[in-house]
Design a protein around this ligand. Structure first.
Ligand SMILES: N[C@@H](CCC(=O)N[C@@H](CS)C(=O)NCC(=O)O)C(=O)O
Length: 199
């Protein structure tokens, strides 16, 4: 399995995810900032938009961190990172799996690029509604689904940490404490070591 990756990007989430899953994979660096640099030809097949992260696993080739996290969690059920198809928690899990690309990122983008919010028209609501829903989701915790950590915590936890690091997180004890719990995960710490070594 190849993870197309560049440090300091959303690909970090998938290094964390793969470390949580404990599976073997190869990291293939892609310089997204210099399209002239030669790239593994499989990357273009996996990522039509030229974005990282992307994954190649045999004939399966695709991109997007939420899609990759869903795939890994289902493909390696022994890692216990997703509720089973017939588990009542599966629906909530799926909701959180798409909350980062579908709600958090558009809401952040709108707020910090000076867009005009429209809670009712926009599928992501607005920044304040996103933060309110985020905080409710991580309360009481420790994880989104309760006692059991899941792939959804990789997606949402990385957003909590990103917002805090970039000064985008309004004072919010529940989200901050949740981000701290994510930081303490041994798999997160391993991913950070990998990230810090660079491509
Ligand atoms: N929704 C995608 C977003 C991926 C994305 O925007 N990746 C950025 C890096 S953080 C990228 O590859 N940008 C390079 C480009 O657009 O050419 C995901 O979560 O994987």
């Amino acid at each position: 399995m190849k993870l197309f990756w560049q440090p300091q990007t959303r690909a970090f989430r998938m290094v964390w995810m793969l470390e949580e899953a404990g599976v073997d994979y190869e990291r293939v660096p892609i310089d997204i900032r210099d399209p002239a640099k030669p790239r593994d030809p499989e990357f273009a097949l996996a990522s039509p938009m030229g974005k990282v992260p992307a994954l190649a696993d045999g004939e399966a080739r695709f991109a997007d961190s939420a899609a990759i996290a869903l795939y890994i969690a289902d493909r390696y059920p022994k890692a216990g990172l997703a509720p089973a198809i017939d588990d009542p928690k599966r629906g909530l899990y799926l909701w959180w799996m798409i909350f980062t690309p579908g709600v958090i990122e558009p809401a952040i983008n709108e707020k910090f690029s000076g867009g005009t919010p429209n809670r009712f028209r926009s599928g992501w609501g607005d920044f304040d509604l996103m933060i309110e829903s985020f905080a409710k989701g991580v309360t009481p915790g420790p994880w989104l689904l309760g006692e059991k950590f899941s792939a959804a915590d990789v997606m949402i936890g990385s957003s909590a940490i990103f917002m805090k690091d970039f000064g985008m997180l309004p004072a919010n004890k529940a989200i901050e404490a949740y981000g701290e719990r994510c930081l303490q995960r041994p798999a997160y710490q391993r991913a950070l070591e990998i990230e810090n070594k660079g491509a």
